[in-house]
Design a protein around this ligand. Sequence first.
Ligand SMILES: NC(=O)c1ccc[n+]([C@@H]2O[C@H](COP(=O)([O-])OP(=O)(O)OC[C@H]3O[C@@H](n4cnc5c(N)ncnc54)[C@H](O)[C@@H]3O)[C@@H](O)[C@H]2O)c1
Length: 249
Amino acid sequence: MTDFEGKTALVTGGADGIGGAVVARLVAGGARVVSCDVKPQEPRKNVTTATVDVRDLAQLQAVVADLDRLDVVATCAGVQRYGTVEDTTEEAWDEVLDINLKGVYLTCKAAMPLLKARGGAIVVVSSVQAFASQTRVAAYTASKAALNGLVRSMALDHAADGVRANVVCPGSVDTPMLRWAADLWRGSRTQEEMIAEWGRSHPLGRVARASEVAEMVAFLAGDRASFVTGAEHLVDGGLLAQIPVVLPE
Ligand SMILES: NC(=O)c1ccc[n+]([C@@H]2O[C@H](COP(=O)([O-])OP(=O)(O)OC[C@H]3O[C@@H](n4cnc5c(N)ncnc54)[C@H](O)[C@@H]3O)[C@@H](O)[C@H]2O)c1
């Protein structure tokens, strides 16, 4: 793969999960990648690691200041917290909105001057929760629905600058976040049984691999998607294609 030869990418949440898979896919395509995360990261070939909290504009700007070009920004940093509006604390609400939504605004704000210099692509990882929800995810769903609006806005504001912006909305993906959630909700099931059960709610019968989401991110980040901007892209194994009404056999 040479689709990112000579290109530089900035990935947030690059230490693990979907972000980690995006870093791997872009590097496999020839990119030089700056992987930003609050977590410590293992050294990887052609990857510069940076300890960055996406809630901190100065940290993001310092990372961008070290670059001589920027072609791709992929925002994958995110957190999940459970609760209704009644039992979500203000602290939890602020944490989710600050990381999942404001963190993307700050990342793009820091990156935009360099991204505009030669044109480029932003790919934001949102969720199916931007379109449909479940119980007890008030803050998370609000953050993801707002992200899709932010992406439309950036696509329009920066089309003339040659910057495309798209959003990827995954269903359940096997990552540390999903395994953490499985442990929270599994009751007497094992973690694997919980994940398999969530998988069965997707028509394809399983949860996604992080690499399957990374493949969509890479497509949207690359030149093959040169006329694609301001759009929402499901990677959900058919999850949102269904209504919960089943005909008897
Ligand atoms: N896993 C899923 O089922 C799923 C489904 C739909 C959407 N998503 C979204 O995909 C994105 C990635 O999720 P994941 O499953 O890979 O999660 P993950 O927890 O496995 O990885 C997220 C990464 O983001 C980093 N991070 C968290 N807060 C940060 C901060 N303030 N600054 C910088 N980095 C920070 C974490 O350290 C971690 O490495 C998230 O936005 C999540 O909401 C995940």
